[in-house]
Write a protein that binds this ligand. Structure first.
Ligand code: NAD
Ligand code: UDP
Length: 319
């Protein structure tokens, strides 16, 4: 049994990671400040003898004897990370320093949840790990993009300077149950709008692309990366199946049999035009590739939001 810390464990991806690590027989400490995470995502683990929850902000130091650390603590949706941009960049930069110090002290391996946003609005397509990116350093997305880029720099410098055991994964758009209904990301927005027969909000002309990975595939890739020896990354983790945002809207309307119409809103500034991972490195080093088809993953996510929305209606009628 390993002692594993999941910073950001009450969030969307973190809660799935905690579950998988517990199922594998590990002792899991979930560290979270609940900025975007929720108790509902992790309450199922409260009675588990190998689970411990600590409410903590990773911009402050934290020490405990530990074997592995997964750092996912950072708001991930554009409206959330832009809500308090200074805090977002502090979370990425101060947070990773605190996690690196923890890893150093106890000889633990630290895996950083980096992002495809380090490629910015990419000029190379699909994106490969050797591409340095096209990031605006002074725009509204910079607090997130540059924070994550600086975290990667700190990971590599601690590794070179102190021999810290590090792993960097660059995560591409991931979706699934436990996403926050008001999180503002495209999959959660479109599903909630479709289920309520409300207008589906397309930003820009909807021809921008993303590549969507189901959360169980991603978590599998993250754990494989942690368990792979002599490989720091960075490595892309994502589903290379690329589609336009308009296509995503039609699939969701179809799967939910929704009466929603599309409405068009301005494209937020610095919104990347296209995004698709090259996953050759992950295939080669981790023997990993995604297996969940978009319609299967979306059906599971739709089911989750249906239950969640019903629950909220019930809760409101009790008030
Ligand atoms: P999320 O917002 O659901 O989860 C982030 C978690 O971190 C939340 O539980 C939040 O409360 C916690 N947190 C935020 N700031 C904190 C702080 N200062 N101290 C302690 N906890 C803090 O987001 P997610 O989609 O689960 O993303 C998890 C990680 O994966 C993030 O680091 C994100 O940048 C990265 N990532 C996600 C995606 C994606 O598509 N979901 C893509 C690329 C990268
Ligand atoms: N988007 C959209 N409607 C929404 C939410 C997002 O058209 O209601 C677009 C957004 O402009 C972007 C894409 O969908 O082009 C993915 O947005 P998301 O916030 O999910 O992730 P990111 O931009 O960080 O990849």
């Amino acid at each position: 049994m390993k002692r594993i810390l999941v910073a950001g464990g009450a969030g969307f991806i973190g809660s799935h990671l905690c579950k998988k690590l517990l199922d594998k027989g590990n002792y899991v400490i979930c560290l979270d400040n609940f900025f975007t995470g929720s108790i509902e995502n992790i309450e199922q683990f409260y009675k588990h003898p190998n689970f411990k929850l600590i409410e903590h902000d990773i911009t402050e130091e934290y020490f405990t004897v530990i074997d592995q650390i997964y750092n996912l603590a950072c708001p991930a949706s554009p409206p959330h990370y832009q809500y308090n941009p200074v805090k977002t960049i502090r979370t990425s930069v101060m947070g990773i320093i605190n996690m690196l110090e923890l890893a150093n002290k106890y000889g633990a391996t630290l895996l950083q949840a980096s992002t495809s946003e380090v490629y910015g609005d990419p000029l190379i397509h699909p994106q490969i790990e050797t591409y340095w990116g096209n990031v605006n350093p002074i725009g509204v997305r910079s607090c997130y993009d540059e924070g994550k880029r600086c975290a990667e720099t700190l990971m590599m410098d601690y590794h070179r300077q102190f021999g810290t055991n590090i792993k960097i994964v660059r995560i591409f758009n991931t979706y699934g149950p436990n996403m926050h209904p008001n999180d503002g990301r495209v999959v959660s927005n479109f599903i909630v709008q479709a289920l309520k027969d409300e207008a589906i909000t397309i930003y820009g002309d909807g021809n921008q692309t993303r590549s969507f990975c189901y959360v169980s595939d991603l978590v599998d890739g993250m754990i494989r990366m942690m368990e792979t020896q002599n490989f720091t990354g960075p490595v892309n983790l994502g589903n290379p199946e690329e589609r336009t945002i308009k296509d995503l809207a039609s699939i969701i309307i179809d799967l939910t049999s929704s009466k929603s119409k599309l409405i068009y809103k301005p494209l937020p500034s610095d919104d990347p035009i296209k995004r698709k991972p090259d996953i050759s490195l992950a295939k080669n080093k981790l023997k990993w590739h995604p297996t969940v088809e978009i319609r299967d993953g979306l059906n599971k996510t739709i089911e989750y939001f249906k239950n969640k929305l019903n629950l909220n209606v019930q809760k409101q009628s009790l008030l």
